[in-house]
Each structure stands twice: as C-alpha cells, then as structure tokens.
Design a protein. Structure first.
Length: 142
C-alpha cells in the first residue's frame, strides 16, 4: 500500500486537470527538496542509465528485513528532482522488505507519468527504481 504522502500526490494530480500543471507541480516538488551535499555526489551514489546526473543516497535505519528505508537524492535536472521527490514519497519510511514488493510501475501509473515522460526520462525513472530496489534488497539481507 502506498504511503499517505504518495496518496496526497495522487490526489493533487487528480485535482490538476492539465498535464502542464502536473508537470509544474513535479518541478515544484523537486525545488522543495533539500539538495544533496557535494560529498555524496560520487560514483557510488550515481544512478547509471539516466540522461541527467542523478544521485541516490540511502539512509537505512535498523537491520534486516524490518529496517526502515529512506533515501536522499538529487539531480541536475529540475523535472528529475521532482521525480526523485515522488519516489521518496513512495518508498521512504517503508520497511526494506516492503520496498522490494512495491509495484512502482502500477503506483506511478496512477499519476499518468508513463504517458507524459519522454523515453529517456522513463528509462531514467526505471533506473532509479531499480537502484532503490537493489539498495533495499542489500539492506534486507544484511
């Protein structure tokens, strides 16, 4: 089940009729995020497969499958920062065992993103989701 924060985003998207308004909202979400410190903008946190520069920094509290998953992220593209904010709403605060099970494609389809992102952005979004799932799998096994 999606977090309350993600459900709020779904409700906002339902309220915004025009895709341009939704696009602006995604950008505003990205602008509202705290930037990632330069010390974390390193190859180990960089997400490959994105047209833009993207970094995801996991912050996992606890150990094993019940550890709580959180992450911070950043990008050099405002729309991608907004997509990171959406992923944070979807995944952050969940146990790592649940992060692995979340149907990200299904949840994001509720926002209509698939129909409005370029192929490159869609590929980058998939790469971010794959990285998040990998980080959660590693934490669950620890």
């Amino acid at each position: 089940m999606a977090s309350e924060e993600f459900e709020d985003i779904v409700e906002t998207f339902e309220f915004l009729d025009d895709w341009e308004d939704r696009y602006r909202h995604v950008i505003e979400m990205g602008k509202a995020m705290e930037p990632l410190e330069d010390a974390f903008r390193v190859p180990a946190t960089k997400v490959e497969g994105c047209a833009s520069q993207v970094w995801l920094m996991p912050e996992i509290a606890g150990e094993g499958p019940d550890a709580v998953f959180r992450f911070r992220g950043d990008s050099d593209a405002m729309i991608v920062r907004g997509l990171i904010a959406i992923l944070k709403a979807l995944y952050s605060g969940q146990p790592v065992s649940e992060v692995i099970r979340i149907d990200a494609a299904g949840e994001l389809a509720r926002l209509g993103l698939n129909d409005h992102l370029s192929a490159q952005r869609s590929n980058g979004l998939r790469a971010m989701i794959e990285r998040i799932r990998l980080l959660a799998q590693e934490a669950a096994a620890a």
